[in-house]
Design a protein around this ligand. Sequence first.
Ligand SMILES: *Cc1c(COP(=O)(O)O)cnc(C)c1O
Length: 426
Amino acid sequence: MFERSEELLTRARKSIPGGVNSPVRAFTAVGGTPPFIERAEGAHIYDADGNEYIDFVLSWGPGIVGHAHPKVVEACQKAVARGSSFGAPTELEIELAERIIERCPGTDVVRLVNSGTEACMSAVRVARGATGRDKIIKFEGCYHGHADSFLIAAGSGATTLGVPNSPGVTRGTAHDTLLATFNDIDSVASLVDDNTGEVAAIILEPVCGNTGCLPPRDDFLKKLRKLCDDNGIVLIFDEVMTGFRIAKGGAAERFGVTPDMSTFGKVVGGGFPLAAYAGKEEIMRHVAPDGPVYQAGTLSGNPVAVTAGIETLKLLDDDVYDQLEALGSRLQSGIDELIEQRDLPLCTERVGSMFSLFFTPEIPVDHDDVKACDIDRFNQFFHASLKNGVYLAPSQFEAGFLSTAHTDEIIDQVIDKTADALDEVY
Ligand SMILES: *Cc1c(COP(=O)(O)O)cnc(C)c1O
């Protein structure tokens, strides 16, 4: 089934580390050969061996309107024909910034960058510059890209590779990153107490998606908001995954908690390398050239990427979020029914169009709970699904995504295929 992909992987390994340009693509966690992709359309992707899959990875989140949406494709073709990069300001950048500000609570001013990593790295620099403090608090299992300060118990790829602390990250850097437990406000409060006046920012995924889908519980976000207010700490929501996905205005809107700064990526770039960080006026005015905190980029605000972002956001009106909620609910209840019928030790979790099937009977609340999942069974299930034409993220520590191209019929097909995969595993 994967002959051509196997050949390509052998060839790729010679010139590229692991044959891939981002570790999780190598299938290290689940084993086997990653299909090399040739093209994608709507909810489907096609590999080099001609296999077709229903895609729940969607490029790890960006593909919320489905692959190669005709409106996005057409606008980008026109944009590229006008010149692909100028290194000078364009009106398009204002339009994207204004759209972000209009939708997302707590965003008065926006800076566009090229990746989620860059957005989070820059947001933390700005928070440090604005507060004059060095330390940050992050949560076990939350992923904020691969900048040094975040490679301390990061989620997804870093967890499954078993290198939560990557070589090459200095002790000095690690010293300034404090680790708390997701959904455990006491763990945060005690770090703040022990480091009075030293914590610049608390950064988190408001719904943790990089350890599987873990929603915030018991007003966790509201409690963080209060803790930050009481201690002059900048609250940063990393909405690279949740932004424009779980609501029109992301987690800030969905949970009614306004952060001081936000980071965006994935959906906001419409499938191109584009991301953003944003925040309240008084914080963002520290960014150069308005202020002294330096941050720059040759390709930042790239006109083709910005066009893809604008066209994607234009498609994401209120109705779309209702549609995604309904699709998500159909998928979740279908799979819950399979679990119940078979009396399996599994559970599902979902926020809008982000979901996980956890190989553990009790719904996980933090990273340790996900680590307790039956990873061997997940891996078997993953391969059984892939063989049946369902492309899931190749790790228990990842969320799945839906797009507007996933119709009811596709969801029902997936539920049938999931029943077959579960029967193969159990
Ligand atoms: C994907 C992701 C990032 C990193 O974005 P890149 O574009 O891969 O650098 C950061 N934060 C979260 C929450 C993410 O899901």
